[in-house]
Design a protein around this ligand. Sequence first.
Ligand SMILES: *Cc1c(COP(=O)(O)O)cnc(C)c1O
Length: 417
Amino acid sequence: MKVPFVTKEKVEEISSIYPTPYHLYDKKGIVDNAKGLYNAFSWNKGFKEYFAVKATPNPALIKLLKAEGAGVDCSSYTELMMAEKLGFKGDEIMFSSNETPAVEYQYARKLGAIINLDDITHIDFLEECAGIPEKICLRYNPGGEFTINNMIMGTPADAKYGLTRAQMFEAVKILMAKGVKEFGVHAFLASNNIENEYYPVLAKTLFTLVKDITEETGAKFVFVNLSGGIGVPYRPEQKKTDINVIAQGVKKAYDEVIVKSGLNDLKIFTELGRYMLAPYGALITKVVHFKHTYKEYAGVDACAANLMRPAIYGAYHHISVLGKENEDATVTYDVVGSLCENSDKFAVDRTLPKLERGDYLFIHEAGAHGHSMGYNYNGKLRSAEILLNEDGSFELIRRAETPKDLFATLDIYPEFR
Ligand SMILES: *Cc1c(COP(=O)(O)O)cnc(C)c1O
């Protein structure tokens, strides 16, 4: 059973100051989870999480992760700006971009970020626009299908990212000739994995690649970046991953491949987004209308502009009715938002306790790829973000958009200024 991290009374209190809908984050959950990650990987000297900024680009939340030792993984100009404003520099920033414009490479170089090249042709491009750094990372795409225990988890051959195996060897040789002294390797082969096997299988692939390239070229590899991809159980019947089991699985591969070949100092990096924040954020929305037609609808004051995963992926997000956590689920609803778009449904045929107007819904696992994927379709304004502290106090960590924000890019017209 999924339990909300906040009570109805607290949400009423928050809503009296900041009207629904809003994204609410659980500070203690975030900090404890980050500590757990670092603890699990403490066997690896130099382990570092580079939080994937795109998942939840909020300064207050990123600072919580920074305090636990995390850096940031950026892939765009404004994500780099956020990193700079939050005081990240040098090796604390991973720049894992693709189809990268020259200005972004220049900015990343200025900040001293570790550049993660997505393609072999970007060697020349980077050299021309920003120069080649002494430390660089290469993104690997093994092609084919990515399987765990004979189950197909992803199809790298169809993914736009990364260098082929042959290109990895060639790129390392070219970069060594251009003065690169330290290398890293990165791959992201399947997302939202709730099997504990994902990282260990990926790690073994990358460790073996490092060993093979080192043997052939003599290059010095200093880190392996396992990227993001650890999933969260969106559905109540799914099991949470066990970060200790995952980290031990990676250690086993490390001992078998890296320690055995004497490449001991290799650091493990991660670029987790979803795993770091999804379970510790919720979209809080209020029931505003009921409609009985061919189906039973409960209309809420949030819409897909606040959380678009259900609309675009058909993703399941669990819903708790605050104050009715222990009531039996007896009525089957489509829980819908107000967009003029039929896919704007947070839940389809979901059996919930009988709803009343004014009930607060807690939409689970909205802490990553939630607010950040928001958009302004139908002129909808993006909601506020609020951080809930352990003692029950709360703070606004992003204000809600106003019409002025929406019309900001129309300031070319006098009537919109
Ligand atoms: C999106 C992304 C991540 C984070 O993925 P999660 O599924 O949130 O863990 C990490 N690295 C790169 C390069 C990404 O594109």
